[in-house]
Write a protein that binds this ligand. Structure first.
Ligand SMILES: Cc1ncc(COP(=O)(O)O)c(C=O)c1O
Length: 371
């Protein structure tokens, strides 16, 4: 185990407790800026950590733009006086008026949002008009994940024109998120990005030719931002999230990203030794994300064994080393997926030099702040 992870006095940490390692987060932010070359080309996604303090650390590194998935995240980021905030989620129903209210409430931040359908654009335009505010709208382009977005082609071009002539909305460029590109070799991710970009650049050029601005393209997450960072695309911004904290899965899959360190763990304790070969920890799936398959949701550092059962508050490990453990013993778990793990904790214990120095609220785990 990295000796930087070990707490000199874990007695201050209630388990299960989320640990954020501040020095390592600082290093990850520096690595991010170094890879992209210029903080202006970065728009990190806040969803991974949902904390004001990390937004401020990124600001100190020169990053002025943030990406969010929820209105609560966008509000939290606005409360940090972030100049430029993209809500990369389609607004529908009452969230349209809520977004307009957010824009009104935080005039110090410039907000933008994404859209992929004429119906959603109409609802948003009506709400913005009613609130007498405006925002830029980025066309969400489906580059292969088939989650949201519209495929690059004539219909996408037409939709961008619809945005341009909708009251309260201004065309803000493209959202190009390729969450399906998880190929482990970097060369395969490079090829995938090159293949998907051609039709996107084609509609961008056609729109610009027709006189519409396409000021930015917000591209990629952790797996592909290193690829986008090397391409010369006008207005390109990279939007990774996970690498600021990093997790077991990404660390294992993308080995060329060794400049990013795992900066978040969950401290857990032995609560029971039900059989001679079993140890049970207070690390259920309400403390570590359960979207990875059972048995593979975290790695207990320096503990070899099979995760045979996980309930809401229990993780049962079958291990030949069970005898070694006593109730109350501390262990450190590296989550397979950090983003939903952070959201399960009310706050993170902030660690520096082996000491807990602070607690940071995971503020945007709430669905509603004030708006
Ligand atoms: C739209 C969008 N942008 C950026 C990201 C960040 O990606 P990653 O977590 O791989 O860094 C995500 C992750 O889910 C996302 O959904």
């Amino acid at each position: 185990m990295n000796p930087e992870y070990i707490l000199k006095d874990p007695s201050q940490v209630f388990s299960p407790g989320l640990l954020f390692y501040k020095t390592l987060i600082t290093r990850n932010i520096q690595a991010l800026v170094k890879r992209v070359g210029n903080p202006d080309r970065l728009r990190p996604h806040v969803k991974t950590h949902k904390t004001r303090q990390i937004v401020r650390m990124e600001r100190e590194a020169g990053i002025t733009k943030q990406k969010c998935a929820t209105i609560a995240e966008a509000e939290m980021v606005a409360q940090c006086e972030t100049p430029d905030i993209l809500l990369s989620y389609p607004m529908v129903g009452p969230n349209c008026a809520r977004f307009a209210q957010l824009v009104r409430k935080y005039p110090g931040s410039k907000f933008s949002v994404i859209a992929d359908h004429a119906g959603g654009i109409q609802q948003l335009s009506d709400a913005m008009k009613k609130a007498e505010v405006t925002a830029e709208v980025l066309l969400d382009i489906d580059v292969g994940q088939h989650r949201t977005g519209i495929a690059a082609g004539p219909a996408a071009k037409q939709l961008y024109e619809t945005i341009a002539c909708s009251p309260g909305l201004k065309p803000g460029g493209f959202h190009v998120y390729d969450g399906h590109n998880h190929q482990h070799p970097l060369e395969d991710r490079k090829a995938a990005v090159q293949a998907m970009l051609a039709p996107v650049l084609e509609i961008r050029d056609a729109l610009v030719k027709a006189g519409l601005p396409v000021p930015r393209m917000v591209c990629g997450g952790t797996p592909t931002f290193p690829v986008f960072a090397t391409l010369d695309i006008a207005g390109a911004e990279c939007s990774p999230g996970t690498c600021v904290l990093n997790d077991f899965n990404y660390g294992t899959w993308f080995q060329e990203m060794s400049d990013f360190t795992h900066a978040a763990l969950v401290l857990t304790r032995v609560i029971s030794r039900p059989t001679p070969t079993r140890v049970t920890f207070d690390l259920g799936y309400k403390a570590v994300a359960s979207d990875p398959p059972a048995g593979k949701r975290c790695v207990l550092l320096d503990i070899k064994g099979e995760h045979v059962l996980q309930n809401e508050e229990h993780l049962v490990v079958e291990t030949l080393a069970a005898e070694r453990f006593q109730p109350g013993d501390v262990a450190y778990a590296m989550p397979a997926h950090i983003c939903p793990t952070s959201a399960m904790h009310q706050f993170a214990y902030v660690v520096e030099n082996g000491q807990v120095v602070d607690k940071w609220e995971i503020a945007a785990r709430d669905r509603v702040l004030t708006v």
